[in-house]
Write a protein of this length. Structure first.
Ligand SMILES: NC(=O)c1ccc[n+]([C@@H]2O[C@H](COP(=O)([O-])OP(=O)(O)OC[C@H]3O[C@@H](n4cnc5c(N)ncnc54)[C@H](O)[C@@H]3O)[C@@H](O)[C@H]2O)c1
Length: 283
């Protein structure tokens, strides 16, 4: 996309989590006559979904093209049901071959390329802020995976850079791009539920078995979770035995205890916390 048409690109990438737009949604982007050229920084598991989508858009004749890939790992063509992951399998999937400027282990090389309009950052979390800031500095728009950054200070630095460079930045928290959240925000900001006294949120992902629970929960593990909450030693012991007999590993047990413990601690904090009832709601 030429530099003289930033508005179209802004509309496209600013409208939602662009990488997760449906083909139908993309077709509605007004005035997207030129191709949006995408460089992928980090071509592991998550990036494959983005590559799939951009390839599909391109195949469908949409004005978008995968033009560059970066990963520090050569890759493995067998992973991900043989789609492959890493640098060279991803380059192949994007149709880019033998071009060291567009297939690189150094993301700064990709950022130097004038024919890259936007980068899709799907590296491990600690790289997100650095790469996003460098990409904006190089004049690229940015789609970055969640979590946006590791720290609040990093997030502020990314926002600051976006404002200074006037680049479009989208963070891939797809559910947060749902219009429901903005509607809820506007509803609350308009004072429709009165003075908000408390908001509650929680976060837990400190797991030794990885970011996702790849294994199915058995009903024995759910019994175990309940008995941990009830603090019944006999039940915990018997349900551990039951869950183990259905395949629960030590790692899974540790994770279950941690998750249930966190939930219980959270509930204890909240239980008993009373907000004064608004006059309007008193019987
Ligand atoms: N939006 C979502 O629903 C969603 C889903 C899964 C993962 N994610 C996020 O996406 C990111 C990637 O997750 P993943 O599961 O694909 O991990 P992954 O480990 O499969 O992929 C990360 C890739 O980045 C590469 N990499 C590491 N350092 C690099 C560097 N300096 N330069 C270039 N490449 C580098 C790795 O070699 C690897 O191939 C994480 O931040 C994760 O939280 C988001």
């Amino acid at each position: 996309m030429p530099a003289n048409s930033p508005l179209d690109r802004r509309k496209f990438f600013g409208s939602a989590a662009a990488m997760s737009l449906s083909a139908a949604g993309y077709a509605n982007v007004p005035g997207s006559n030129d191709r949006v050229r995408v460089g992928f920084l980090g071509c592991g598991g998550r990036a494959q979904a983005h590559i799939d989508l951009i390839n599909r858009f391109a195949r469908d004749g949409k004005a978008v093209a995968p033009v560059a890939v970066c990963d520090v790992w050569d890759g493995d063509a067998e992973l991900g049901n043989k789609k492959g992951r890493g640098l060279y399998p991803s380059a192949k999937r994007c149709g880019i071959s033998d071009d060291k400027k567009h297939v690189s282990k150094n993301y700064l090389t990709i950022l130097e390329q004038k024919d890259v309009d936007v980068v899709c950052i799907a590296t491990p979390d600690h790289w997100h802020a650095r790469m996003a800031i460098d990409a904006m500095h190089a004049g690229k728009d940015v789609y970055m995976e969640k979590p946006m950054t590791r720290t609040i200070a990093e997030a502020i630095a990314v926002v600051d850079k976006a404002q200074k460079t006037n680049r479009v930045v989208t963070v891939g928290v797809q559910s947060m791009a749902d219009p429901t959240w903005r509607a809820a925000h506007e509803y609350i900001a308009a004072g429709n539920i009165g003075k908000v006294m408390q908001g509650q949120t929680s976060y837990f992902r400190n797991s030794s078995v990885g970011q996702w629970r790849y294994y199915p929960l058995t009903k024995e593990m759910i019994y175990l979770a309940v008995s941990i909450s009830n603090q019944c030693d006999y039940c915990v012991a018997s349900h551990i035995a039951g869950a183990r007999s259905k395949g629960m590993t030590d790692e899974q047990l540790k994770e279950l205890i941690a998750v249930v413990g966190f939930a219980n601690a959270n509930n204890r904090i909240v239980a008993g916390y009373q907000v004064e009832i608004d006059e309007r709601f008193k019987p």
